[in-house]
Write a protein that binds this ligand. Structure first.
Ligand code: GLN
Length: 446
């Protein structure tokens, strides 16, 4: 299986460009699993899996798709990598992303642009575009991505696969290169909801290395897959079917709502009145966190160092000026500005207040609903290069995913239809730690 997977990847890679590094020891590791005997009760035993290249690994380089981390090798593995390997999974390679996970198209990688397997002239979404594309193309059954503002769900939507962003704290962030530490979560891409639940089973749980990982009990996420949605109370926010959402996307979500009603659930229109401020609040807060997280890339401790530097200060300046791409520099400047003495109250604090209002919007809806449904992204996959002039065009891709990260809730995207031959995703949003409910409702729908 591993050999066949590697052959498939090699055959399609010239078109897709989903991988930044391959695991040279994959076949050897798979043979070791074979020799030990495949565990029939463990679906991950001997299973090829891909991981996003912002998860650190010892046996492959980790670049976060940045020149800043060219040839960087970590001294340790991310906790999720350790967990996958302990379950017998074979990590075949590291997938492409927008540099430091900042973007929605995978065009912001310093190395290559990953293509959407459904139409090679369109983007696979981002920032976890490589992880989405490789599952969508049928190369692996599962991969891991990370989601700070939509980076698992939006590419899942664009490539017609299932993508779960777990509750903040559900999965350890140890070894995930930090972008916005109060938002970041690791989660799985798969072709089916059931496979996704298996993956989350393997990676969830408290980790002493990550103080923000929760010690909430980890259930078997496959346990309620077949329970159906009879009696489930589903909320459909009216803001999620408003202006700016493509008609085909709205139609697909209305059809999904009808399907849920036919299956015995109730679907009620609700309001998330502050959701519209989410993108603005997110860019102030996530960029602020990014500006301090990215301070460590100074040309001394990790990866790339500018060869031009004349003295220490010049080393910092030259390394950071040439090592980071424009989008990353934009975020660092925005975040530094939002955190500066003169603008802290006006931007950072305001954004934090909006974050609280958005959390309260969700709490209100969850008082009498089990889950929220809506689109994942406003449109189907767009053409490569079509959203590269004005950065804010790209930012609105996440208008419906960002509020979920601001509130730390679990969110899943699953295929819900097509528009002109390209997939459209539906997003299910749950109460904190209610991933099982999302899998249950997702499985009933697919
Ligand atoms: N597209 C959003 C951004 O550029 C979200 C990225 C992510 O979730 N990592 O920040």
């Amino acid at each position: 299986l591993t050999k066949q997977t590697l052959a498939n990847i090699a055959a399609q890679e010239p078109d897709l460009q989903a991988y930044l590094a391959m695991n040279e020891a994959a076949v050897e590791q798979a043979e070791a699993v074979d020799a030990a005997g495949i565990d029939p009760d463990n679906v991950l035993s001997g299973m090829p899996v891909a991981i996003k290249d912002n998860l650190v690994t010892t046996n492959m380089p980790t670049t976060a798709a940045s020149k800043m981390l060219e040839n960087f090798h970590s001294l340790f593995n991310a906790t999720v990598v350790e967990k996958l390997q302990a379950a017998g999974a074979i990590i075949v390679g590291k997938t492409n992303l927008d540099e430091f996970a900042m973007g929605s198209s995978t065009e912001k990688s310093a190395y290559q642009t990953t293509k959407n397997p459904w139409d090679l002239t369109t983007v696979p979404g981002g920032s976890s575009g490589g992880s989405a594309a490789t599952v969508s193309a049928g190369q692996v059954l599962a991969s891991l991505g990370s989601d700070t503002g939509g980076s698992i769900r939006q590419p899942a939507s664009f490539t017609g696969v299932v993508g779960m962003k777990p509750t903040y704290g559900r999965v350890s962030r140890w070894g995930l290169i930090a972008f916005g530490s109060s938002f970041d979560q690791v989660g799985p891409f798969t072709r089916t909801v059931k496979d996704n639940a298996y993956l989350l089973n393997a990676i969830a749980g408290h980790d002493d290395h990550d103080a923000t990982s929760s010690d909430q009990e980890v259930p078997d996420f496959t346990a309620h897959l077949n329970d159906g949605v009879q009696g489930m109370r589903i909320a459909l926010p009216k803001e999620y079917l408003g202006d700016g959402i493509a008609p085909a996307v709205k139609d697909a979500i209305r059809a999904a709502a009808k399907q849920y009603e036919d299956l015995g659930a109730t679907v009620e229109t609700v309001s998330l009145p502050h959701a519209k401020y989410g993108v603005m609040a997110y860019y102030a807060l996530a960029s602020s966190e990014a500006s301090s997280n990215l301070e460590r890339f100074d040309g001394i401790r990790y990866g790339y160092r500018s060869p031009e530097a004349k003295n220490l200060e010049d080393l910092y300046v030259q390394t950071r000026s040439t090592g980071f791409g424009n989008e990353v520099k934009r975020r660092i400047m925005l975040g530094t500005f939002a955190l500066s003495a003169g603008s802290f109250d006006k931007y950072f604090k305001k954004a934090a207040q909006i974050r609280t209002l958005i959390i309260e919007d969700f709490q209100k809806v969850f008082q009498d609903h089990d889950l929220i449904m809506g689109p994942t992204a406003p449109t189907k996959a767009f053409q490569i290069g079509s959203e590269s002039t004005d950065p804010t065009e790209m930012y609105v891709n996440d208008v419906m995913t960002i509020p979920v990260n601001l509130a730390g809730l679990p969110g899943m995207s699953l295929p819900a239809g097509f528009s002109d031959g390209l997939p459209i995703g539906m997003q299910l949003i749950g109460k904190p730690f209610a991933e099982s409910t999302l899998y249950q409702a997702g499985h009933a729908f697919e």
